[in-house]
Design a protein around this ligand. Structure first.
Ligand code: ADP
Length: 489
């Protein structure tokens, strides 16, 4: 297993007093790794190496850069089980989800491998005779990626793949809780033939190494996924020096259910959306806005489904929901459960820690009914397996309540009425909009991101994800033999 930080094609041990312990959240007696944290001095060395390596990488034809990604697809396929098991062990998600996440990252690599052949621009007519005008896209240089722990493989891949195929050198700082999975991504690219220095990885504290990355004058863009609290400060910090930024942050995603929906299908989607990945997805379903005519039946089905979920260590194939990622997240989940009770919401199932799993950060799948729209449980992101149910009387109220939060990542409507579906798509204030399916999911070729407080900057994945990591040049070639006459100077 890769350990520590990686600069210029080699793993190294930073000279730091501060140590990072990588612990299995399902059983804290299982210490996966322990190593010294990278420092701001290591970052400086990583930037210098990346600046030097980037020149050769940018000069490599884009289709050849794409082929490195294509080889990474093969390597990742071969090492899928190792990546999935490492991810489950350090992050906690169940193996089925970890394997699915590896596949998602592989699809992203496949998509961006092909983009190497499409790094084109546009030709457009010029207003003047004998002047040829067109655009080209070029890499930015060195870019910084700061990633969270909830998708320790997919998020690093979906930022790194477009950055690399565009010809940038990458410095990635993964979350301290999940360095090994990101380390495996580095190994995959190394095995695929990426030249040393083009991908550097530093495992260190966000406020030291992350912040120094955001401030570094040679780092032309920052792509961040994480909490609003960190993201908004980071955005202004990077903007002060004119760096390009994209931030993907929190969500408080609603499913609206109208009276004509199929209760069993909705219940299955809500259980997946609310409790999948232990609720630790920015796209998790955290609010259920259900029409009064089906509220009773649907709530019962969801509560029943939540009770049946087998909570346990992700490495056990029988487990359906793993632990919270660490003690801090567990405390946050339990504190929102207290807040829900204090606010007068009705606890329908869960609300505590499951018996017999004392060595891990486990929490029960939890459902609250009668959640008031103004309450904290309705408004704030929990990032745990806690679902808030609120009854609505019609679509108008559903859309109004879905929009009555600061976040705008994803949403879903369940109905067979096409007019209701079309209105929902227009009026809901989220970047991702689902009809008759769970709030979760993103695909390599489709732009991913949110509105309002959820996101700033370019969307990720798809063409947009590649565009973010490029600079555009508009070119004028004058072949008239004299200076072209410009009307505006
Ligand atoms: P999460 O807990 O969901 O991972 P955070 O926003 O706390 O969300 O962290 C996301 C990433 O941002 C992590 O890699 C973290 O180390 C990094 N980070 C934290 N603080 C800072 C900071 N001040 N500057 C830059 N990066 C930071």
């Amino acid at each position: 297993m890769p350990s520590g930080s990686y600069i210029d094609g080699a793993w190294f041990t930073p000279a730091s007093e501060r140590r990072i312990a990588n612990v299995n959240p399902a059983d804290t007696r299982d210490v996966i790794d322990e190593f010294p944290a990278a420092t701001a001095a290591d970052l400086e060395r990583a930037v210098q190496g990346a600046v030097a390596a980037q020149r050769g990488w940018a000069a490599t034809p884009a289709p050849a850069r794409g082929r490195v990604l294509a080889r990474a697809v093969e390597v990742a396929r071969r090492r899928k089980e190792e990546i999935a098991r490492t991810m489950t062990r350090e992050q906690g998600k169940v193996l089925r989800e970890a394997r699915g996440e590896v596949d998602k990252g592989i699809a992203v690599l496949e998509f961006y491998a092909g983009e190497g052949f499409r790094m084109g621009g546009r030709t457009l007519p010029c207003e003047l005779p004998d002047v040829f005008t067109y655009t080209i896209r070029r890499p930015l240089g060195v870019v910084g990626l700061i990633t969270p722990w909830n998708f320790p493989w997919a998020i690093p891949v979906w930022k790194t793949a477009p950055a690399l195929v565009a010809g940038n050198a990458v410095i990635i700082k993964p979350a301290e809780l999940t360095p090994a999975t990101c380390g495996l991504m580095v190994e995959v690219f190394e095995e695929a033939g990426l030249p040393p220095g083009v991908l550097q990885m530093l495992v260190g504290p966000g406020r030291e190494v992350g912040s120094a990355l955001v401030d570094h004058a040679a780092v032309r863009a920052i792509s961040f996924t994480g909490s609003n609290q960190i993201g908004i400060n980071l955005y202004s910090q990077a903007a002060r020096r004119g760096a390009k930024v994209t931030c993907e942050m929190g969500g408080k995603n609603a499913v609206i259910v109208l009276a004509d929906a199929d209760v069993d299908a909705v219940a299955a989607a809500v259980i997946n959306g609310a409790f999948g990945s232990t609720g630790q997805r920015c796209t998790a379903t955290s609010r259920l806005l259900v029409h009064q005519d089906v509220a009773g039946a649907l709530t019962e089905a969801v509560v029943e489904g939540a009770r049946r979920l087998k909570v346990g260590p992700g490495l056990d194939e029988a487990s359906q929901m793993g632990p919270a990622v660490d003690e801090k997240q567990l405390r946050q989940d339990l504190s929102y459960i207290d807040i829900g009770k204090q606010e007068g919401a009705r606890l329908l199932t869960g609300g505590g820690r499951p018996a017999g799993l004392d060595h891990g950060f486990f929490v029960e799948p939890t459902v609250f009914g009668d959640v008031r729209p103004g309450s904290r449980l309705f408004q704030e992101e929990v990032f745990g397996p806690v679902l808030a149910v609120t009854t609505i009387k019609d679509l108008d109220e559903g859309i109004r309540l879905a929009n009555a939060v600061e976040f705008g990542l994803t949403s879903s409507l369940f109905s067979r009425d096409v007019r209701a579906c079309m209105r929902f798509v227009e009026e809901v204030e989220t970047g991702m909009v689902h009809v008759n399916e769970a709030t979760v999911g993103g695909e390599a070729q489709l732009p991913f991101g949110g509105m309002k407080s959820t996101g700033v900057g370019e969307r990720e994945m798809g063409e947009e994800g590649l565009r973010f990591f490029t600079e555009q040049k508009t070119v004028f070639i004058n072949s008239s033999g004299g200076a072209a006459r410009a009307f505006i100077r």
